[in-house]
Design a binder for this molecule. Structure first.
Ligand code: ADP
Ligand code: ADP
Length: 216
């Protein structure tokens, strides 16, 4: 299955991507994670991406698209993948469509995670990420009393771009550049909305239910 997760920052894309990809045995490809790994690794790509990420702006399409093309060309992505955080605007969606077409592939489904603005702000304000295994936690909803990862014991950190001012800008970028994807994929007839409120497991269950007609 080839699928894309869309939704505003903080909707729960990364959280759901972990479970959905593992349920379907397909690789989870998160462009934000790949960029962050490059930033901490000090690569050329990381140096270029960092200033955009710190401001909460999108990294230029040229760079992002080249990175995704490389990743989708890898062996493990040939029979399916889950994209989280890409595409992020209509031009990226058009390039993805053309790229897949070139390879004789198409997207099966785009899941749109739907939550309101207040919940998005609450989720982003409490987000913590494990520096060791990358797992995503929430200080309040996961009742985190310490800053250690329950899964691997690694140190948790708050992303620089989750500070209040940057969050506000990222939400504007979402409205202006990313939200138009919803109509783009609705026109293609592959968009399915998923209510992303309530417990994580409940959202995963709704997402898997939406995917059922496409699985296996
Ligand atoms: P979130 O989980 O809050 O939606 P991500 O981890 O997906 O955020 O992305 C973090 C940052 O990485 C973005 O603000 C942007 O700077 C950059 N980024 C991630 N994916 C893309 C993309 N498809 N195009 C351009 N920039 C991207
Ligand atoms: P995105 O990738 O869309 O930016 P994340 O998956 O990183 O979103 O989730 C943002 C924050 O919200 C994280 O702290 C995560 O633990 C929390 N979160 C995700 N899903 C839920 C949920 N269903 N209920 C409560 N908190 C959630």
């Amino acid at each position: 299955m080839r699928l894309v997760l869309v939704g505003p920052p903080g909707a729960g894309k990364g959280t759901q991507a972990q479970y959905i990809a593992s349920n379907l045995s397909i690789p989870k490809i998160s462009t934000g994670d790949i960029f962050r790994a490059n930033v901490s690794g000090g690569t050329e790509l990381g140096k270029l991406a960092k200033s955009y990420m710190d401001r909460g702006d999108l990294v230029p399409d040229e760079v992002t698209v080249a990175m995704v093309r490389d990743r989708l060309s890898e062996e493990d992505a040939q029979d399916g993948f889950l994209l989280d955080g890409f595409p992020r605007n209509v031009p990226q969606a058009e390039v993805l469509r053309d790229m897949l077409k070139e390879w004789g592939q198409t997207l099966d489904i785009v899941l749109n995670l739907v939550v309101d603005d207040d919940e998005v702000v609450r989720r982003l304000a409490g987000r913590r990420t494990c520096s060791q295994c990358g797992r995503i936690w929430h200080v309040e909803f996961d009742d985190k009393k310490d800053d250690r990862c329950d899964a691997c014991g690694g140190q948790l950190f708050q992303r620089d771009d989750d500070k209040e001012e940057t969050v506000r800008h990222r939400l504007e970028v979402y409205q202006q550049q990313t939200a138009p994807l919803i109509e783009f994929y609705a026109d293609e007839g592959i968009l399915v909305g998923v209510d992303a409120t309530g417990p994580v497991e409940e959202v995963t269950r709704r997402a898997m239910e939406a995917l059922r007609p496409f699985a296996g």
